[in-house]
Ligand binder design. Sequence first.
Ligand SMILES: Cc1cc2nc3c(=O)[nH]c(=O)nc-3n(C[C@H](O)[C@H](O)[C@H](O)COP(=O)(O)O)c2cc1C
Length: 150
Amino acid sequence: MAETIHILIGTTSGNTEYLADQLSEALHQQGFATQLHDEPDLGTLPTEGTWLVCLASHGAGDYADSMLGFYDQISLHEDPLKQLKYAVIAIGESCYDTYCKAGRHLDSRLQELGGKRLTSRLEIDMLEDDPEQKALQWLPNMVNALNSEE
Ligand SMILES: Cc1cc2nc3c(=O)[nH]c(=O)nc-3n(C[C@H](O)[C@H](O)[C@H](O)COP(=O)(O)O)c2cc1C
């Protein structure tokens, strides 16, 4: 039985939630269980498991609203996350100087805390890319990394 993938959703206006739903569906089709977290809480999320973070940047490169609380939690968190495997999809628009800054920040914060990055971060430019198509092309990188660990 494949492990559960926890999908963390950082959205303000819903685009990222829609994308996360598509990814969840694709993962189900490949035999994974998923759990969607629309307001991720570090207090209850398993840190010995797999996270797929889908995080949009807002403000001036800030975390989107549904993960503002998570930003505070992960910034203050001190215990190493050595049993965590994760991958990040950063969503933004290339017209901002702070393009995808939130996703970049969380990726490097999880590295700092000792998490294992399963594959390189995907950055989606909502001005240029087809988000679903780009994410579904990237997803096998994460799935292959997980499968090769078993
Ligand atoms: C007020 C506002 C601020 C934004 N700031 C950034 C930013 O700093 N960097 C970036 O890459 N994208 C930025 N964006 C683009 C959003 O990340 C993009 O619209 C994304 O699709 C929003 O996803 P969501 O619907 O899941 O919230 C901003 C969008 C808005 C409306």
